[in-house]
Design a protein around this ligand. Structure first.
Ligand code: FES
Length: 63
């Protein structure tokens, strides 16, 4: 059930200040370059461009 009381489900994208995008909810992540197809409940995606494990954040943004 969605947060507004109906049966819609939501995917939430949160911008973490100075860090990645935190995505929670129903999602499918596809990356044909890495042969990734995953449906995680929560994922942190790099938006700084420094991760060595793109599309995921590897906390390189802290350096
Ligand atoms: S946002 Fe964390 S490594 Fe890019």
């Amino acid at each position: 059930m969605g947060t507004d009381g109906n049966n819609k489900s939501f995917t939430l994208v949160e911008v973490i200040d100075g860090g990645p995008l935190k995505i929670t909810g129903h999602l499918i992540l596809k990356d044909p370059k890495k042969d990734i197809t995953a449906s995680p409940a929560e994922v942190y995606l790099c938006r700084c461009g420094h991760s060595c494990n793109k599309p995921y954040c590897d906390k390189s943004h802290n350096c």
